[in-house]
Design a protein around this ligand. Structure first.
Ligand code: PMP
Length: 305
């Protein structure tokens, strides 16, 4: 069972987590007509009265855009303000994961996005490592990543996560840690909740945004950081066979951070991962507020006032 933060943001204010409950008839519960975010917040290791949020502006923008894709409005300002109040109420003392969620809160039965009530909530939970930082084994899923012509993939739309759930369970039940999904054109897309990178001959390669990926904020950060570190980065379609001959493969995401892939199907990958290690170290320093060159990526919120 997760350790949830004591207060949720619900109905426009902070209420005890146990009181943030919904009707069984809630429209989004039945139709997946919600969109969520996922952010990490951690107490500043050198100042416990301050909470550090990684790329809060990007997260707020993506959630606001996700709301727009669901034909509702949720401003970035409203998201920022709710997150601030949520953190001040909860005063987390360990690393936490925030889950903001915009959804059709109406009790109506017709699947639709017009003439419908929507709402916004946030809850949080304690979260350490989502995947083993030492490396994970991946299965290539029998499930195909959805296409943007069926569903807006640039939003984190709840309904889309049925495919992630099927793929993850298929992988775990067959003895793997994580699933890699191909898109409908047979190219590598992403994992169940992470983007994917590989290294070939010193070049960092990741599926481009036209490969039915979620435009991950960690992905964008890894690309920017790698380029600044002098590493060549290519965003292009990736073939399945490249995974087996790559020098390094790793996953990126808010929950997973940067996680190495140690095995794809039955192929063991090299244990020496210099690029992944350098990028991960840098990203960790940034998220912990120790790298002032990237201080603009970190939002600092005082919770002791
Ligand atoms: N792909 C999917 C399907 C995801 O759910 C996530 C997690 N949000 C990611 C990629 C990684 O995105 P981010 O780095 O923004 O967390």
């Amino acid at each position: 069972m997760h350790q949830f933060l004591p207060f949720a943001w619900f109905g426009g204010k902070c209420v005890p987590f146990a009181e943030a409950t919904l009707s069984v008839a809630t429209h989004a519960l039945h139709y997946g007509t919600g969109a969520f975010g996922g952010m990490r917040a951690l107490p500043n290791p050198s100042d416990s009265g301050e909470i550090l949020l990684f790329r809060a502006d990007r997260h707020a923008r993506r959630l606001s855009q996700s709301a727009r894709l669901l034909l509702t409005e949720l401003s970035e300002d409203k998201i920022h303000q709710a997150i601030r109040e949520f953190l001040r109420a909860n005063k987390p003392t360990c690393p936490v994961y925030l889950r903001p969620f915009v959804y059709t809160s109406d009790l109506g039965i017709a699947p639709r996005l017009h003439d419908i009530e929507t709402d916004f909530l946030i809850y949080g939970l304690e979260l350490g490592d989502y995947l083993s930082p030492d490396g994970v084994s991946c299965r290539i899923s029998s499930w195909t990543r959805q296409e943007d012509r069926s569903l807006p993939l640039r939003g984190k739309i709840s309904g889309a996560y049925i495919t992630s759930s099927l793929a993850k369970t298929e992988a775990v039940k067959s003895g793997f840690d994580e699933a890699l999904l191909l898109n409908s054109r047979g190219k590598v897309s992403e994992a169940s909740g992470m983007n994917l990178f590989l290294v070939r001959d010193g070049v960092l390669i990741t599926p481009s945004v036209d490969q039915d990926i979620l435009e991950g904020i960690t992905r964008a950060s890894v690309i920017e950081l790698a380029r600044a570190m002098g590493i060549e980065v290519l965003e292009r379609p990736v073939d399945k066979s490249e995974l087996f001959i790559a020098d390094e493969v790793f996953l990126s995401g808010t929950a997973a951070k940067v996680t190495p892939v140690r095995q794809v199907e039955s192929t063991e990958l090299p244990l020496d991962r210099p690029l992944m290690a350098a990028i991960r170290e840098r990203l960790t320093a940034i998220t912990e507020g120790r790298d002032f060159a990237y201080d603009t990526w970190v939002t600092r919120i005082r919770v002791d006032g």
